[in-house]
Design a protein around this ligand. Structure first.
Ligand SMILES: NC(=O)c1ccc[n+]([C@@H]2O[C@H](COP(=O)([O-])OP(=O)(O)OC[C@H]3O[C@@H](n4cnc5c(N)ncnc54)[C@H](OP(=O)(O)O)[C@@H]3O)[C@@H](O)[C@H]2O)c1
Length: 282
């Protein structure tokens, strides 16, 4: 279950994030080039959102994907919770499609839970699927109780992904959210898979367990963080890189196979919590 599938499109095992990309004219060209390098290296899933740069990230994606066959890509965007109502979601979706220069999204996510009842959002998402504007829908930042509630509304079981914060230094989802999603064959898109280059967990990239494993494989610590997530069934990390060298490193992480001993050493250094912890959100 390493691949998110919708219709006949498959994506994985590592995608590309776009938060903060496209916001600055002076770096947009380099970022566009990085995304294209990622596509060519097999990272065909691109994650964005109407929130990122007020649409600027979606526009950058629209530019980056020009020239690639649409069926070879897996494009994901997200709707603000306060647009996830019957009144606003259809317009939001059309705006995302226009900015991304495409006529459908492979996956459309509710960015986080807001005031609109799940039943209303799901009904609209299902309509968008029937209209062909999206191929599948999912959610983001929903913890176990929210997911159970989602499954209880009509059509809620059609949810195709939950995108949540997950990295080696933050493994709370392994306690009950990840098992629940695996039970239902729902992939997890791991956001902040590099802990924002270590900013979210000081010392993560410098930790001996990470460094030693990286040295043994002749790769970088960042690649070990991605390889750790790729080793978790049903998980697809979506690192963001604004430069080609980082993108290519990230793509290369898909080929790293960590041994049971290496996984045990990483686990010992950064154990998953043994009790429920609230979902981390950035
Ligand atoms: N659903 C949500 O609520 C939510 C929340 C947060 C994020 N997301 C999604 O998840 C994506 C990833 O999360 P994120 O962007 O917050 O953080 P991230 O991917 O964990 O980290 C991004 C940082 O890592 C650096 N980096 C990338 N590749 C590297 C490498 N090989 N070696 C060293 N450093 C590297 C980047 O630097 P450079 O820019 O210099 O390459 C950037 O500073 C986002 O872009 C977004 O699409 C979703």
């Amino acid at each position: 279950m390493h691949f998110i599938t919708a219709g006949d499109t498959a994506a994985g095992p590592i995608g590309q994030g776009t938060w903060y990309l496209g916001e600055n004219l002076s770096t947009a060209r380099q970022e566009c080039d990085a995304l294209r390098a990622g596509i060519e290296a097999g990272m065909t899933l691109i994650d964005t959102a109407e929130m990122y740069g007020d649409g600027a990230a979606e526009e950058l994606v629209g530019r980056a994907v020009q020239g690639y066959g649409r069926e070879t890509l897996y494009l994901v965007s997200k709707v603000y919770p306060f647009h996830a109502s019957r009144r606003d979601i259809f317009r939001s979706c059309e705006n995302s499609l226009r900015r991304m220069k495409t006529d459908y999204l492979d996956l459309y996510l509710l960015h986080w839970r807001g005031q609109t009842p799940f039943a209303e959002t799901v009904e609209c998402m299902e309509e968008l699927c029937r209209e062909g504007r999206i191929r599948a829908w999912g959610v983001s930042n929903l913890d176990t109780a929210d997911m159970r509630e989602l499954f209880s509304v009509p059509g809620g079981g059609h949810c195709a992904a939950d995108q949540v914060l997950y990295h080696l230094g933050s493994r709370g989802i392994e306690f009950d959210l990840l098992p629940l999603l695996r039970e239902r064959d729902i992939p997890v898109m791991a956001y902040c898979p590099l802990a924002q280059a270590g900013r979210l967990r000081r010392g993560l990239l410098e930790a001996p367990a990470v460094r030693d494993t990286a040295r043994a494989h002749g790769v970088s610590p960042a690649q070990i963080l991605l390889a750790f997530l790729c080793a978790q069934p049903g998980v697809i990390p979506i690192p963001r890189a604004s430069r080609r060298a980082h993108t290519l490193e990230n793509a290369g992480a898909a080929n790293i196979r960590l041994s049971a001993d290496e996984l045990a050493a990483l686990d010992a250094a950064f154990p998953a919590p043994r009790r429920r912890t609230p979902l981390e959100i950035v």
